[in-house]
Design a protein around this ligand. Structure first.
Ligand SMILES: [Zn+2]
Length: 317
């Protein structure tokens, strides 16, 4: 049986302000908490409706500052959803901070997740999907079972380079960081990384589960596109990835939000998918989750890592 996972990065709105070079003062208390207060219950509803599990990547800082986030992650964990780590501060430049600071950031997120759910996270996704040797070493030292940070998507990489260049010219530099182009050659299927160069295969201890991109063109099959592309294009993307043994569908909390949920207009202007109604986006996601369920066994990323680790030793996948 082929496998699939549905994972949601719970980046709260302050992180979107940072990526777009906007002041966080745009956000009131409700907007700061919107992803946890509104998007998390909507994702729970989608998953529960189909009877499938999912994985939430939560930011440690949000758990320390927002009681709604703590209650939501505890309830999700108890309902069988995996709560994994999306780092403590969601620092886009985390890979450049040096081994000790990286380890400290991840350990702090682990502690916040343990305090909220009663369980240590077993999986990690890097902020901005940027992985390097220092970050990989920290995930190994902290005993993670898997990472899911490699995003070898060509159009995403090019678009990010153009947007970041544009913002810099406007005098509003983004806090985001452009990854090494080496990521574009990373395997698009699960692999054991080389600890020194984690976008290459090797014999590292932490299995990498890359996010799904199409073969050849490497177009990303992610929430932003799934909720906004015309139906025919989406079906084309789906067919292109259909033969993959493992389908790793990555989404964000904002994929089930829209402008009417109380997002500041300045942010909606930058993040155009927020103009599509949440009702429409949820209907689309219900359909695509249904496709996954009808053709694959849908598991948490932790359980996929367990299955794949049992069937292949490092270097053999
Ligand atoms: Zn993120």
């Amino acid at each position: 049986m082929r496998l699939a996972s549905i994972s949601v990065d719970l980046d709260s709105l302050p992180h979107y302000c940072r990526i777009h070079g906007l002041p966080e003062s745009l956000l009131d208390a409700r907007a700061r908490s919107l992803v946890h207060a509104v998007a998390v219950p909507r994702f729970r509803e989608l998953l529960d409706g189909l009877g499938i599990p999912g994985t939430f990547f939560v930011i440690g800082e949000d758990l320390e500052s927002d009681p709604v986030a703590v209650a939501g992650m505890r309830a999700s964990h108890e309902a069988g959803i995996e709560v994994a780590s999306h780092s403590h501060a969601h620092d886009y430049a985390l890979t450049r901070r040096g081994p000790q600071a990286i380890h400290a950031d991840l350990a702090r997120a682990d502690a916040a997740i343990l305090a909220a759910t009663g369980a240590r996270p077993e999986g990690f996704r890097a902020p901005g999907y940027t992985l390097n040797a220092d970050l990989y070493a920290a995930t190994a030292a902290l005993g993670y079972r898997y990472g899911s940070s490699a995003f070898p998507a060509v159009p995403y990489y090019l678009a990010k380079a153009v947007v970041m260049g544009g913002l810099a010219m406007l005098g509003r530099p983004s806090r985001s960081v452009l990854d090494t182009p080496r990521v574009l050659l990373a395997p698009r299927v699960p692999y054991w990384p080389d600890p020194a160069r984690p976008y290459r295969r090797g014999s590292g201890a932490v299995l990498e589960l890359p996010m799904t991109v199409t073969p050849a063109l490497r177009f990303p099959f992610i929430g932003t596109f799934v909720t906004t592309l015309p139906s025919a294009s989406l079906r084309g993307l789906w067919r292109a990835c259909r033969r993959d043994t493992f389908f790793n569908f990555e989404l964000h909390g904002v994929d089930v939000l829209d402008a009417s949920d109380g997002i500041p207009p300045e942010l909606v202007r930058q993040q155009r998918d927020l103009r599509v109604s949440a009702t429409r986006k949820m209907a689309r996601l219900r359909e695509v989750f249904g496709w996954l369920k009808s053709e694959r066994e849908v598991l948490t990323l932790r359980d996929v890592a367990g299955r794949l680790s049992a069937s292949a030793r490092p270097g053999c996948l």
